[in-house]
Write a protein that binds this ligand. Structure first.
Ligand code: AMP
Length: 429
């Protein structure tokens, strides 16, 4: 089927922050990319009450943009279109009029702190109504089991994400309960925190730490972010800290990939590892067949026993991609990718590696080893020269051209997988 223009952003754009001369606009992605990956967004503004649209930018890839040098007290409206290789979508619905004035104090109650202070806690299912303790606010997104809304804890005035889950089938319920059980054991600042649980039967509400910075890779490809090896060290250190905690608890994530590493806030370099849906407690002889092809360790491809170092292979792949924008084992088909993984066939041949340090290469080499026993553990990674000597890492900007293409391809892949899942569901019904 030939590709067409995408659908417009799924929701009306809104201002997440306003100062006396700038507006930070946030919008939702497309509901359908038209069969060709979305390559960016076109943001327009007009004086409120007019249709005198003026282009603000056509060159933004993330779903937020700060419009600067505005005139204080102006009232503006905004709309956003999605772009792909075929052309532009229709514009989104027009935003509410936004006055260019310093945000008033009244908004403070929903201000998101940089990161929630981390406190270990006991989490018990409550059978009371969630609204007794939390005010439910705007929708943040939708997932497999229902919607996720921003919410405010009445007692502390802190902002969280409330995930409303309707698990109709016993298997779905088991899946959700498994994830909750795992999350209860994973109380660490680098892992997405479960804060509270409500409900009974098939309807549950889980309160999660709010993460609003989007995927790490999307943040680093933003025009305003200069990616350096020093940054990569900072991100990989945090990832290894999260891994070390999980692995000390003998829990294997089993789906480590860039999409599961989020930034806490839009302008923060703090990350959180998310999605513990495939995580498993280690048992001798545990075998799994799940995950995402590009990041699978050889023992998963061959359905041999896994251990915590299975995650460390994927961490090696993530580091390679972050530094280069290239996927080390990616073939033209899933089969070819699997073959490359089994042969551990990868290299530093591309010219983009010319400027990459030997320490970073050694870090990755110590992870992409066929035998899991030979790979560095998370603790060993944290002792590796590349991470320990963070101060010595280069501050020279790394080219992001390939990484940008990589992120677009992954998004596209995600879309295909979603369509495949829909087709599977249709064939079951
Ligand atoms: P999920 O059901 O976990 O796939 O979540 C569906 C969508 O809700 C995600 O794509 C996010 O947009 C949003 N979301 C989920 N959890 C959070 C969170 N902790 N903080 C902010 N947004 C979230």
């Amino acid at each position: 089927m030939p590709a067409e223009v995408p659908e417009p952003p799924a929701d009306t754009p809104f201002a997440s922050k306003v100062t006396k001369d700038s507006v930070t606009l946030v919008w939702a992605g497309t509901t359908y990319d038209g069969g060709a990956a979305v390559t960016g967004y076109h943001v327009e503004m007009a004086p409120a009450g007019t249709t005198s649209w003026k282009t603000v930018t056509k060159d933004v890839f993330s779903t937020n943009y700060t419009i600067k040098n505005l005139k204080e007290n102006d009232k503006l409206i905004f709309r956003v279109s999605c772009l792909n290789s075929v052309g532009s979508s229709k514009p989104s619905d027009v935003s509410e009029p936004i006055a260019v004035v310093e945000s008033a104090g009244g908004e403070d109650e929903l201000e998101e702190p940089d990161e929630m202070a981390f406190q270990p806690r006991q989490i018990e299912f409550k059978t009371t109504n969630v609204k007794q303790f939390y005010e439910i606010k705007d929708e943040l997104g939708r997932g497999k089991f229902g919607t996720v809304n921003k919410c405010l804890e009445k007692s502390s005035k802190r902002v969280f994400a409330a995930k409303f889950i309707k698990a109709e089938q016993p298997a779905d319920k088991k899946e959700v309960e498994h994830e909750i059980d795992i999350m209860k054991k994973l109380q660490h600042p680098k892992l997405l925190q479960l804060y509270d649980c409500f409900g009974a039967g098939n309807n549950m509400v889980i309160i999660l730490e709010l993460v609003s910075g989007g995927e790490l890779f999307e943040r680093v490809i933003d025009e305003e972010f200069d990616l350096t090896e020093k940054d990569c060290v900072m991100f990989m250190t945090q990832i290894c800290e999260g891994m070390q905690f999980m692995h000390d608890k003998k829990i294997i994530h089993l789906d480590m990939k860039p999409e599961n590493i989020l930034c806490v806030r839009k302008n923060s370099n703090k990350i959180k590892i998310i999605d513990f849906g495939l995580a498993q407690e280690f048992k001798d002889g545990l075998k799994v067949s799940c995950g995402t092809p590009e990041f699978l360790a050889p023992e998963v491809v061959t359905f041999d026993p896994v251990n915590v170092n299975t995650d460390m292979w994927s961490v090696g792949v993530i580091a390679y991609v972050l530094l280069s924008g290239l996927s080390p084992f990616m073939g033209d088909s899933e089969g070819e990718t699997m073959t490359n993984i089994l042969k551990v066939e990868w290299d530093w041949d591309d010219e983009c590696f010319d400027d990459i340090s030997d320490a970073s290469k050694n870090f990755i080499e110590s992870l992409l080893k066929k035998e899991k026993e030979d790979r560095n553990s998370a603790s060993q990674c944290l002792q590796h020269d590349w991470l320990i000597k963070a101060g010595a890492a280069s501050s020279k900007a790394i080219s992001k051209a390939k990484l940008k293409k990589y992120v677009i391809r992954r998004k596209w892949q995600k879309g295909i997988n979603a369509v495949r899942a829909m087709i599977r569901v249709k064939s079951i019904v």
